[in-house]
Design a protein around this ligand. Structure first.
Ligand code: NAP
Length: 642
């Protein structure tokens, strides 16, 4: 069978190929040429990328060099086509390593190579798939309930199906996608490059934009679900109320409630929580809010029946969601008042709203491994460099402004991005340049849409705190009155209440959320002592603020969880749970690391990363390469088996 990443054979005429090459990432193209021609000389000559920066996919090549590279590539592609597009010969590990370093213009340390090869899957082999263990009968005896069918729950279903382990997914929505099902607000789109923000084993060459909008993302998860036959395993529109461990039977009783109110109990030997961290909307308790006369709704519960045309809209909160909503609705509404408590840092990304042109789509579909190398090109800049950049240098003088010299340079770059756009508006600059270190909160992707929205005549950014709400207005603490017909809460989610509002009760009646309080923890973000056979995906300590993508993390977690289940099954064990000392040690080390990272800086007053004590328990302070290595397979010594 042809390697799925070798591209579909084609008979495209020269002229069309030449036109397609005008769109593509030229350095990526040259690597595909190495595969097509088998000639590494292509990357050993003068033509080579000059530098690397996130979302810069042309390696800063000059126009002349790009033209020369395209002409060379056209020759290679024409020859390859005329030979009938044979599947390229595999490339040896040394050359692959050389190709990696060439593309990203720096040495790629050896410890990363296995991770990257796995992520790229150049051999067409899905290495994260875990082979079934035990007999079919043994596997049948270990039914699993997965809570949630978002990105991670769907992945769990796919892996369990491959492993031959029976499972049921319980999903409160009527379809898959989780976040991408619920967040239908105007302008919702992913801010991680889509050719990397997709499962490693189910890449998509069909994305119409580099950062796809919600409907396309939801459709992606739907189509992956259909392809893998997961739909029949899902109970839709059914919410999990709680789960209780039964010691005698060594089973979890999972209580559910369907949309019609019918309650039921599912018995499972293991439970996988895949409920996400940003799922339950947070609405601040603002005085007078109940008196508001017009429609009001949260960004994740957008009311599409409300026609905003010509209306006076007040939007409270402007984090990642508000940042996307405002520029999208500004031209339609009568007026838009944005109440923003904390200014946000933005990462310059001119491609943020760009369409994937037909040339790139052609290359992704036909040029061998083009899509795989493109994935690597997007992945690498976010692979652990952000973590180093987030580290606090305790000797750096002005910690309110920056936590290190690197962080100061980032501040300057981000500030220039702002002042270059609105240099003529010092009043606005004062409002939008954050007063805390760059990257201290989740950094947003920006192509200029935000500031251009703020300079519109019908848009006002208000930084004064809200005092109260009246039937027809939002009133700030200084008495400013802002009339409004519609109120939108873009105020985020209850991020520190992990697994909320489910009641999960483990051994000896231990309630998980009571035990956690505001300090949720799990060993590797996955398992918790006292809660046998319970596994978290996107659990405590696994949110990513320094790079990577949650899909990458989910794939790590699910490989580990499948490995745990295989250990249970093959070993004939009834239960497994992490040793208390491993859990404590993990949490303590994670906390120590987090305290030394920019997100913990006390100068950051408001952040959903922090709990009410200013501590961070949701984020990962670990390098992706370490987390990947630690989760490749479970170490039986970490567990107590029953
Ligand atoms: P968020 O980033 O937490 O932003 C919430 C906003 O509401 C902030 O401006 C916050 O101000 C404000 N707020 C909260 N409580 C308030 C209060 N009591 N009074 C006044 N203002 C208040 O939430 P989000 O925008 O929904 O995004 C949450 C996360 O979802 C993101 O960080 C990201 O992980 C994910 N997300 C991703 C995308 C994407 O990929 N494109 C898009 C949307 C969301 P403070 O900043 O002062 O707290």
């Amino acid at each position: 069978m042809r390697n799925p990443h070798a591209g579909e054979p084609f008979a495209t005429p020269d002229r069309e190929i030449a036109a397609a090459l005008l769109d593509v990432s030229v350095p990526t193209l040259l690597l595909s040429c190495v595969h097509m021609s088998g000639d590494p000389g292509i990357i050993r000559g003068r033509l080579r990328p000059a530098g690397l920066f996130l979302n810069e996919v042309q390696g800063y090549l000059s126009e002349e060099d790009k033209a020369e590279a395209r002409a060379l590539a056209l020759e290679v592609i024409r020859d390859y086509r005329d030979r009938g597009c044979p599947e390229p010969e595999p490339v040896g590990p040394e050359l692959l390593h050389e190709m990696m370093a060439w593309l990203v213009c720096e040495e790629v340390p050896a410890e990363y190579v296995p991770l990257l090869l796995e992520e790229m899957e150049l051999d067409g082999r899905d290495a994260r798939r875990v082979a079934p263990a035990g007999t079919a009968e043994q596997r049948e005896a270990v039914p699993v309930v997965v809570i949630g069918c978002g990105e991670s729950g769907l992945l769990a279903g796919i892996r369990l199906r491959e492993a031959g382990i029976p499972f049921t997914i319980v999903e409160k929505n009527a379809g898959p996608g989780g976040t991408w099902w619920e967040n239908t607000y105007p302008g919702a789109r992913v801010d991680v490059g889509n050719h990397f923000y997709c499962y490693s084993f189910e890449p998509s060459d069909h994305w119409t934009e580099y950062f796809a909008r919600q409907p396309e993302l939801q459709q992606y998860f739907q189509s992956v679900m259909d392809k893998h036959g997961i739909g029949p395993h899902v109970r839709w529109e059914t919410e999990v109320l709680g789960a209780t461990w039964d010691e005698g039977g060594a089973v979890w009783s999972v209580r559910t409630r369907a949309a019609d109110g019918t309650e039921a109990t599912l018995e499972a030997r293991a439970v996988i929580s895949a409920v996400g961290q940003l799922n339950r909307p947070y609405v601040p308790d603002l005085p007078g809010a109940a008196s508001f006369a017009g429609p009001l709704f949260h960004s994740a519960r957008w009311d599409h029946d409300v026609d905003l045309a010509g209306k006076r809209v007040a939007m409270i909160g402007a984090g990642a969601s508000g940042f996307q909503i405002a520029p999208t609705i500004a031209s339609e509404v009568g007026s838009l008042t944005i109440f923003q408590r904390t200014a946000q840092w933005m990462f310059p990304n001119p491609n943020y709203h760009a369409a994937v042109g037909p040339g790139v789509q052609w290359a992704l579909r036909h040029l061998p491994f083009y899509g795989r190398w493109y994935r690597f090109l997007l992945f690498w800049p976010g692979c652990d460099k952000g973590l180093e950049a987030a580290r606090v240098d305790p000797h750096y003088p002005d910690q309110q402004r920056a936590v290190s010299e690197t962080n100061e340079l980032t501040r300057q770059m981000f500030t220039t991005w702002i002042t270059d756009q609105i240099g003529d508006r010092p009043d606005l600059i004062d409002k939008v340049v954050p007063d805390y270190p760059a990257t201290g909160k989740r950094t947003l992707q920006d192509n200029g849409a935000w500031l251009s929205c703020l300079t519109r005549e019908n848009v006002e950014l208000v930084r004064t705190p809200i005092g109260h709400i009246e039937p027809g207005a939002v009133v700030t603490s200084d008495g400013g009155r802002y009339p409004a017909d519609v109120l939108v809460y873009a105020t985020g989610f209850q991020a520190s209440k992990m697994l909320f509002p489910m009641a999960v009760v483990g051994r000896d009646g231990l309630d998980l959320r009571e035990m956690w309080g505001e300090r949720p923890a799990a060993y590797l973000g996955i398992t918790v002592p006292g809660f046998p056979n319970l596994f978290c995906m996107y659990g405590p300590g696994t949110n990513l603020a320094h790079g990577g993508s949650l899909i990458f993390h989910s794939e790590c977690q699910m490989r580990y969880i499948t490995g745990c289940l295989e250990t249970l099954i093959a070993g004939g064990h009834r239960t497994m749970e992490p040793r208390r000392e491993r859990y404590d040690d993990w949490h303590e080390r994670s906390q120590r690391e987090l305290r030394g990272l920019v997100w913990s800086q006390p100068s950051i007053e408001h952040s959903f990363f922090k709990n009410s004590m200013g501590e961070i328990h949701g984020l990962s302070p670990w390098r992706l390469v370490d987390y990947w290595a630690w989760t490749r397979e479970p170490d039986p010594d970490d567990f107590v088996f029953g």
